[in-house]
Design a binder for this molecule. Structure first.
Ligand code: AMP
Length: 284
C-alpha cells in the first residue's frame, strides 16, 4: 500500500481486505464508489454522499477493459491517477483502490456475469458486450471490499438498475444507492467523456438534456409520447447528433411503457456528437 497526502492507495484485493478489516474492527460503516477515474464533480458528489454519517469510503479507480468493445475508446479513455487521488480526499474519501488489470483479471480468468431483465435493450442494442463487463467487474469489486453500501450515479440509469438486479439476484450483502445526476450549469450531465468534445460540440451538447426536459414536460402535459419522442429526435438531428435511441421506459424495470398514467416513467437517450457518445436520462 502506498499513500499520497495520507490517502492510502491500495493495489491488491488482499490489501483492500486488510484495510477494510481494520475499519470494521474500529466499528466503521464501509461505503464504496466504483469509478473508472478521470474524476469530476459528479464523482466527488458521490464520494461525499457515501461518507455521510461517518462511513469510511473506498473509491475504486479501474478502467475496465472488458466493458469496451475492440472499436471503442479503452485505449484513449482519460487516465489521470494523480489528479484522481488529489480529488478523492477533499471529497471525503478515505482510500483509493486502483488495481492493475492483472489483479482483476489474473491469467486464466474465465468467469462472466450475464444479467437479463433491465440489461436487455437500450445500451445493450448498441454495446452488446457492455453490461457483462460492468456486472462482472462490479461484482468482483463489491466482493473484494464487501461494503455496507455502494453508490452509483443515475447518470448511468440502466447500469444502476442492472447492478441492483445483480446484487439482489446474487445475494451480495451491499445496499446499492442511486445518486441523482450532477450537471454542468448549462444542463450537460458531467461525464469523463465530455473531455472528448471539441469546443463547437461542447456548445451543442446541452441540447441532449434540453430535449429530455422538453419531452418530459410534453408527456406530463398529455402530449402522446410517440409525438414527443419524434419531436425530440428531430431537434437532436437538426443539432448534429446521431441518435442511437430516445425512449420512454418504465423507470423501475425499463420495460416499454404500456400505460403512461400508471407507471413511473423515465426518458433515456444515447446520441453521438462527432466521435463522442453521450448518454443521459430524466424522470418524467
Ligand atoms: P464512471 O467513472 O463514468 O464509470 O462513473 C463512476 C460512477 O459515477 C458511476 O456510478 C456513474 O454513474 C457515476 N457518475 C458519473 N457521472 C456522474 C454524474 N454526472 N452525476 C452523478 N453520477 C455520475
Amino acid at each position: 500500500m502506498s499513500t499520497a497526502s495520507s490517502l492510502p492507495i491500495v493495489r491488491t484485493i488482499g490489501d483492500l481486505r486488510q484495510l477494510v478489516a481494520g475499519w470494521r474492527k474500529e466499528g466503521h460503516v464501509v461505503a464504496m464508489v466504483p469509478t473508472m477515474g478521470a474524476l469530476h464533480a459528479g464523482h466527488a458528489t458521490l464520494i461525499t454522499a457515501a461518507a455521510e454519517g461517518g462511513a469510511r469510503v473506498v473509491t475504486s479507480v479501474f478502467v475496465n477493459p472488458t466493458q469496451f468493445a475492440a472499436n471503442e475508446d479503452f485505449g484513449t479513455y482519460p487516465r489521470d491517477e494523480a489528479g484522481d487521488v488529489a480529488r478523492i480526499a477533499p471529497a471525503g474519501g478515505h482510500a483509493v483502490f486502483a488495481p492493475g488489470v492483472a489483479e482483476m483479471y489474473p491469467e486464466g480468468f474465465a468467469t462472466a456475469i450475464s444479467v437479463g431483465g433491465p440489461a436487455e435493450g437500450l445500451e445493450s442494442d448498441y454495446r452488446p458486450h457492455f453490461f457483462r463487463g460492468v456486472a462482472t467487474v462490479v461484482a468482483k469489486l463489491l466482493l473484494s471490499c464487501l461494503p455496507d453500501r455502494a453508490l452509483f450515479g443515475e447518470k448511468d440509469y440502466q447500469q444502476l438498475l442492472v447492478i441492483r438486479r445483480m446484487v439482489t439476484d446474487l445475494g451480495i450483502p451491499t445496499e446499492i444507492i442511486g445518486h441523482p445526476t450532477i450537471r454542468e450549469a448549462d444542463g450537460l450531465a458531467m461525464s469523463s467523456r465530455n473531455a472528448y468534445l471539441s469546443p463547437a460540440e461542447r456548445a451543442v451538447a446541452p441540447k441532449l438534456h434540453q430535449v429530455l426536459a422538453e419531452a418530459a414536460e410534453a408527456i406530463r402535459g398529455q402530449v402522446p409520447p410517440a409525438e414527443a419522442l419524434i419531436a425530440g429526435n428531430r431537434t437532436l438531428d437538426a443539432a448534429g447528433f446521431k441518435v442511437d435511441y430516445l425512449e420512454l421506459r418504465n423507470a423501475r424495470t425499463l420495460a416499454p411503457v404500456a400505460d403512461t398514467g400508471a407507471e413511473p416513467l423515465r426518458l433515456l437517450v444515447a446520441a453521438r456528437l462527432g466521435k463522442t457518445r453521450l448518454i443521459d436520462n430524466l424522470a418524467v
